[in-house]
Design a protein. Structure first.
Lengths: 221, 142
């Protein structure tokens, strides 16, 4: 178990750091837009002082652009907050699709950088499992990261959740094949450690381009 | 003469607003939200400076910098980034970037860097022209 936690600790920090860096990058982009709009307002006041007339419509546009960025930053902070609180309880009842939605939102920049489109197909009925939310987020990210790598020409990745007997499954459907680029071992040591700790199983289907995670209803035994 | 600038960032609201502010400061500004498109643009047009975001969806800013400089070593590139680390700064300067600025940036600092870029480009072009004239004169028997 000690070796497991060493791997998980290292991987957990890497995951937390990667997501935190991405979040702060997004916030910086928002701040840059607000900064330029504030600067533009300041330019307008200088021009107005020199007698250049300013159309009220221009001020209205700037104001709505700032408001839009404030909304964007608020959403980023909400996601960050949800992510940060995922370490509060090691094991707890977790709404699966909510957890996946957070990982997807945190991954959007990584997807955009690779030109990949992400789609979440949530289960028709709400799925709740008792698990470690942080470790599951980490494993979902690793699967998603792999699926994005393998997305092929079409660049699509779908994450589908389903209710099954004694558990749930999460399918990562990508538009490529695993063997095509593989060479690397997936699942590797870090994924296998997380799979063990989450009492999960993983199946990889090269033909259909799927990574399938099967999770128990509860690991709180 | 107005500095001719190409501003590249995938955040449309950012490039458009910054471009408007730069225009009011007398600069001739074009914008693009794609690093890949810029590689075609620099084949067709000349710029005093390119202000380029370090992290864009279609191409990494460092990669774009390498390709731009390979096409035209006289082109002056100023990189913008969300987080300017010392390592990234050193890498960018080694690859020929004039500077690396952190977002949100101060327009007066950016304007100052653009003027520096414009002067540097002018000097490089003058040196290149002088070299060509020297070659032509040296090659003739008069």
């Amino acid at each position: 178990m000690h070796a497991n936690w060493e791997i998980i600790g290292r991987e957990g920090f890497t995951f937390y750091g990667k997501m935190s860096a991405s979040i702060s990058h997004e916030i910086k982009n928002v701040l840059a837009i607000i900064n330029e709009n504030a600067g533009l307002l300041s330019d307008f006041t200088i021009m107005a002082a020199r007698g250049v007339p300013i159309e009220p419509e221009r001020i209205k546009t700037i104001s709505s652009k700032i408001a839009e960025q404030v909304r964007r930053a608020d959403l980023i902070c909400k996601n960050m907050n949800q992510f940060a609180h995922s370490v509060d309880d090691h094991i707890k009842a977790t709404a699966l699709d909510e957890l996946i939605a957070v990982v997807i939102k945190l991954s959007l920049r990584f997807a955009a950088n690779r030109g990949v489109h992400l789609e979440h197909q949530a289960s028709a009925t709400p799925l709740s499992i008792t698990t470690s939310p942080f470790l599951l987020q980490n494993l979902v990210w690793l699967c998603l990261d792999k699926a994005m790598d393998l997305a092929g020409e079409k660049k699509n990745v779908s994450i589908i959740t389903k209710d099954v007997e004694n558990g749930v499954i999460i399918e990562f459907k990508h538009s490529g094949t695993l063997r095509e680029k593989s060479g690397s071992s997936f699942p590797g040591e870090k994924e296998n450690t997380l799979i063990r700790l989450l009492e999960a199983t993983m199946e990889i289907n090269d033909q259909t381009g799927e990574i399938v995670l099967r999770l128990p209803v509860s690991i709180d035994k | 003469m107005a500095e001719k600038i190409l501003l590249v960032d995938d955040e449309k609201d950012f490039v458009e607003t910054l471009a408007e502010r730069m225009r009011t400061r007398g600069m001739n500004v074009s914008t693009s939200t794609s690093a890949k498109d810029v590689l075609d643009t620099v084949d067709l047009e000349s710029f005093d400076a390119i202000v380029l975001d370090l992290q864009m969806p279609d191409m990494d800013g460092i990669e774009a910098l390498k390709l731009i400089r390979a096409k035209n070593p006289n082109l002056q590139v100023i990189l913008l980034t969300g987080h300017a680390t010392v390592e990234k700064g050193i890498e960018a300067i080694k690859l020929g970037a004039l500077d690396l600025l952190e977002k949100p940036t101060d327009i007066e600092t950016l304007t100052e860097k653009i003027k520096k870029a414009s002067s540097k480009k002018m000097m490089l072009v003058q040196e290149e022209t002088a070299g060509k004239i020297k070659d032509i004169l040296g090659g003739k028997g008069w």
